[in-house]
Design a protein around this ligand. Structure first.
Ligand code: NAD
Length: 465
């Protein structure tokens, strides 16, 4: 008999524990698991900051905000709400089931796979783990190979906090991910690009494994004529240049009403100078993750400039150090108008009529986020009702991610399913339908279908038909 690979062995051991976990991994044990995750996070706060600095050159404040506190907040939220989330939900009887009581009980799916990207290496591996453990599952985590220091630290933290048959980290790139995806997991939670999302979904289909896909895309911002210009500039600069634009819900491109364009551009420039200075390098700005991604961004910029884009503001930069860049004169032929930018470049598209902006958004892949800056509620409502996106931020950017009482996720190309809070718990649960007979009258209709039963069916038809 050929020996099982280490990956297969880890998976089989976890899966063998599924039945036992259903009995033993109750409310108290799940809370204890969440507490262990919180403790190991706290014990490694400095190490997390250093790992992300080494991988991404990111300022400490940003790491604390987006890779550390986000996870601790998710743990706190889940810990407090878990009892309510785990409770069976009674449902009202229907006509045919009068006399039987129905309820929905959330049960653990079993052994789950979490694949995460490099841009928020801790948050995007560990926040799904919070939901996964809260729902009573075991998990294999596969962090991104693009951020090796973070991946190695996640592996050490998890090994210190959990037995390997509850949570294990398997490090590696595409080959490792492919080997994992061939296994019949009970659920796969993938965060990453739409291109790899399709590969994950195709692999999951071979085992009919359920999936949650948290993907990306081009999230637009609309700055309407009624916008508070200073406030809009503040939020847009924060949301766009946080993590140097390497955020799935970062504003990708911006539509601004022509009547306020010049004033708004001045406010953007002033805000950029205040936050990041006028040079490419700033202690407040994260770096580009790798030379390969830096080359991709340089190619996007070169292509746009060659095709006539106008740099209305540029902090410049080379290699992995890239300052904020605002570009105007964008056309559909430019690559940065076609692919997700995922970097500190913001294309500005002036408009005077909202209808073509709405048509343009609807003609493209459904975005993960859509941002609106305006004080005119009718215009805000019109944009929301006439477009679609995973989520909407009004007079803010990116912080909707941290509202754990809202579902977080995309639509079609930007994602399938939802994460965070109760939605994350439900993604990792099977909602099992239970119907228990008390005094169901249905046997009165069981065959043989004689005259009396036909008369009864006739009476019911009169009520229901
Ligand atoms: P990616 O899709 O390249 O990689 C994500 C993960 O998939 C990594 O762990 C990687 O090793 C793995 N992977 C790569 N090739 C694979 C394959 N062939 N089969 C299986 N797994 C494979 O994404 P990335 O570059 O790490 O991250 C950037 C993307 O992620 C952007 O599109 C961004 O918008 C998106 N994103 C989405 C969210 C969200 O919550 N919706 C959050 C962050 C990032």
């Amino acid at each position: 008999m050929t020996p099982l690979s280490p990956i297969r062995t880890t998976f089989e051991t976890m899966r063998a524990g599924n039945a036992e976990r259903r009995i033993r991994f109750g409310l108290g044990e799940r809370r204890a698991a969440l507490d262990r995750l919180a403790s190991v996070m706290r014990a490694n706060e400095k190490a997390i900051v250093e790992a992300v600095r080494s991988d991404l050159g990111r300022p400490e404040a940003e790491t604390i905000l987006i890779d550390y506190l986000t996870v601790l907040q998710d743990i706190r939220h889940a810990r407090r709400r878990l009892h309510a989330w785990m409770r069976p939900r009674r449902v009202a009887p229907t006509f045919a089931t009068f006399g039987a009581s129905g309820k929905v009980i959330p049960q653990p799916r079993g052994t789950c796979l979490i694949i995460s990207p490099w841009n928020l290496p801790f948050c995007l591996a560990l926040s799904p783990l919070v939901s996964c453990l809260a729902a009573g599952n075991a998990a294999i985590l596969k962090p991104s190979e693009v951020t090796p220091a973070s991946s190695a630290l996640i592996a050490r933290m998890i090994a210190a906090a959990f037995p390997p048959d509850l949570v294990s980290v398997i490090e590696g790139g595409k080959e490792v991910a492919e080997e994992l995806l061939a296994l019949p997991f009970d659920h796969i939670f993938f965060t990453g690009s739409p291109a790899v999302g399709k590969i994950v979904m195709a692999a999951a289909a071979r085992n009919l494994t359920s999936v949650t896909l948290e993907l990306g895309g081009k999230s637009p911002v609309i700055v309407g004529e009624g916008a508070d210009i200073e406030r809009a500039a503040d939020w847009i600069v924060f949301g766009k240049f946080l993590n140097a634009g390497q955020v799935c819900i970062a504003p990708d491109h911006l539509f601004v009403h022509v009547s306020i364009k010049d004033r708004f551009l001045s406010a953007l420039r002033a805000r950029i100078a205040k936050a990041y200075g006028t040079a490419a390098a700033s202690e407040n700005l994260c770096q580009i993750v790798s030379d390969q991604h830096a080359s991709r961004l340089s190619a996007l910029i070169a292509d746009a400039l060659e095709k006539g884009a106008d740099p209305v503001h540029d902090n410049g930069g080379e290699g992995r150090t890239r300052g904020p860049l605002l570009l105007q004169g964008i056309t559909p032929e430019m690559l940065l108008d076609q692919e997700e930018i995922f970097g500190p470049i913001l294309p500005i598209l002036p408009f005077d009529d909202l209808s073509p902006v709405i048509d343009r958004i609807n003609a493209r892949d459904k975005p993960l986020a859509l941002y609106i800056f305006d004080r005119d509620q009718a215009r805000i409502d019109r944009i929301i009702s006439q477009t679609t996106s995973g989520g909407v931020g009004i007079n803010l950017t990116v912080v909707h991610y941290t509202q754990a009482n809202l579902p977080f996720g995309g639509v079609n190309t930007s994602g399938i399913g939802a994460a965070h809070g109760e939605w994350g718990f439900r993604a990792f649960s099977h909602e099992r339908a239970i119907l228990q007979n008390r005094f169901l009258a249905l046997p009165l209709l069981f065959p043989p279908y004689d005259r009396h039963k036909m008369r009864l069916i006739g009476l019911i038809k009169r009520v229901l038909g």
